[in-house]
Ligand binder design. Sequence first.
Ligand SMILES: *[C@@H]1O[C@H](CO)[C@@H](O)[C@H](O)[C@H]1NC(C)=O
Ligand SMILES: *[C@@H]1O[C@H](CO)[C@@H](O)[C@H](O)[C@H]1NC(C)=O
Ligand SMILES: *[C@@H]1O[C@H](CO)[C@@H](O)[C@H](O)[C@H]1NC(C)=O
Length: 265
Amino acid sequence: MFVFVMVALLICTEAPGSSAVTPVFVQTGQDVFLDVNEADVPEGFFYFLWRFNGKNYLLSVSPNSKPNILGDYTGRIELSEKKYSVTLKNLQNTDSGVYTAQVTANVDKTLAEYKVTVQDPVSPVGLTVDSVSPSSDSCNLTVTCSSVDSHISSTFTCDDTTCSQEGGERSEVTKSGASLQVYHLSNASIICNHSNQVSWTQDMTKNIWVFCPLRCVAGAESHTSVCVVKTVVFSVGLVIMVSAVITVHLMEKIKKKNKAKKNEQ
Ligand SMILES: *[C@@H]1O[C@H](CO)[C@@H](O)[C@H](O)[C@H]1NC(C)=O
Ligand SMILES: *[C@@H]1O[C@H](CO)[C@@H](O)[C@H](O)[C@H]1NC(C)=O
Ligand SMILES: *[C@@H]1O[C@H](CO)[C@@H](O)[C@H](O)[C@H]1NC(C)=O
């Protein structure tokens, strides 16, 4: 375990020096921390810069001077205790792009690179049951999950004990790049999940058996009558069977007694 953690740390701390781009997802209006490892900044450098999409400058640092926040970024950047790391505040969609920390020394060097994607939280979803077609031994249930810009339908087929989803779990990428998924849980609730990298919303149906009255289970309260009938039939059957067994047993005993009496005589 410890060795594994050490290896993971090594991999993580080596990545920024090798100019690998780190993807980061941020919700609109929130902040992002852009980290630079101070030890990577070479001694005797000329200047250090944070750049956006290779054009705009956020911040410059010269040796022995305070960091200097540039242009439009005044009031939007918070400096950190770590001299070259910054927090960019209140991100908007236009802030999506690549942020690069560069240092100019004998040779130019990229110290860290982040690909920031700013996303709005996903909209709420609604899950509706469109149709239920029960037969004596199975039941088909079709649901539709809708968000503002997209919808997805799925059919479930249930027998007495299990439900299966036609074509497996359904999912779709919406116009805004989020994902809409419909699937069922082991307790037979159907879920619709609308998610992107920064948020998710969901809606859920009641237990499928509420709509498909095939089984007597907790949660199927609206079909108690069916359950009562099933239970009564089952109980009566059981009583008859038990009575039959007892009767046979008793008759056997009486026969034996009679035989014994005859032998005594
Ligand atoms: C449920 O759907 C399946 C496949 O579409 C079909 O074969 C079956 O007859 C349907 N059952 C009912 C009760 O509608
Ligand atoms: C919805 O999907 C997101 C992303 O895949 C996941 O983190 C979240 O747990 C899911 N929610 C539910 C209720 O399954
Ligand atoms: C099914 O399970 C989920 C969590 O696993 C729970 O939130 C939900 O209330 C359950 N639904 C029913 C009908 O029991």
